[in-house]
Design a protein. Structure first.
Lengths: 107, 121
């Protein structure tokens, strides 16, 4: 199975900060990398697919980059509604696998 | 708009089975795979498997093989996930999600609200 490793596991940031979350795959997954956001008690929400494509309706302050094994999710200016847990996951090969999550908390 | 509505919370005893439903609307049910993902309390997301609503064929993670059955009823646009021989560590929120493939990475673009399954004696 492909292992997905996110870093950091958690971070504290202030409104307006730029935030970067990284995700590393244990083998190349081309650009079959997706990012989702989950708030407590809610279902995940797709933010980025194909490593860098913004899902419809998602604010442009979210962006993704990378290919192969190393990927990044950036939030250019953190907003109050962005405090949540973020997961990367690969859809390259089954079983699909998720990173362990990065919790973004208010500083 | 695309909606996935799941069945309500369940409480089961160890060794029992649970069947969770996922009713789709707002799109052609047979055109997109449906996946099942679970999340234990305070933990991350775990992929369980997927079903092709058109053919009924399914794939599951090795961890669940022999215990999970995924089916569908196309007449009511509903998919089902049946998990048998439940253990306490199966206590989790279970989500269904639509696999949207239009080139690219084919992500899970719409999710059900989740069904909490509690396994307790």
């Amino acid at each position: 199975d492909i292992q997905m490793t996110q870093s950091p596991s958690s971070l504290s940031a202030s409104v307006g900060d730029r935030v970067t979350i990284t995700c590393r795959a244990s083998q190349s997954i081309s650009n079959y990398l997706n990012w989702c956001q989950q708030k407590p008690g809610k279902a995940p929400k797709l933010l980025i697919y194909s490593a860098s494509s913004l899902q419809s309706g998602v604010p442009s302050r979210f962006s993704g980059s990378g290919s192969g094994t190393d990927f990044t999710l950036n939030i250019s200016s953190l907003q109050p509604e962005d405090f949540a847990t973020y997961y990367c996951h690969q859809s390259y090969i089954m079983p699909w696998t998720f990173g362990q999550g990065t919790k973004v908390e208010i500083k | 708009q695309v909606q996935l509505v799941q069945s309500g919370a369940e409480v089961k005893k160890p060794g029992a089975s649970v069947k969770v439903s996922c009713k789709a609307s707002g799109y052609t049910f047979t055109s997109h795979y449906l996946h099942w993902v679970r999340q234990a309390p305070g933990q991350g997301l775990e992929w369980m498997g997927r079903i092709n609503p058109n053919s009924g064929g399914s794939n599951s993670a090795q961890k669940f093989q022999g215990r999970v059955t995924m089916t569908r009823d196309t007449s009511i646009s509903t998919a089902y996930m049946d998990l048998s021989n439940l253990r306490s560590d199966d206590t989790a929120m279970y989500f269904c999600a639509r696999h949207y493939c239009d080139g690219g990475s084919c992500p899970l673009d719409s999710w059900g609200q989740g069904t909490l399954v509690t396994v307790s004696s």
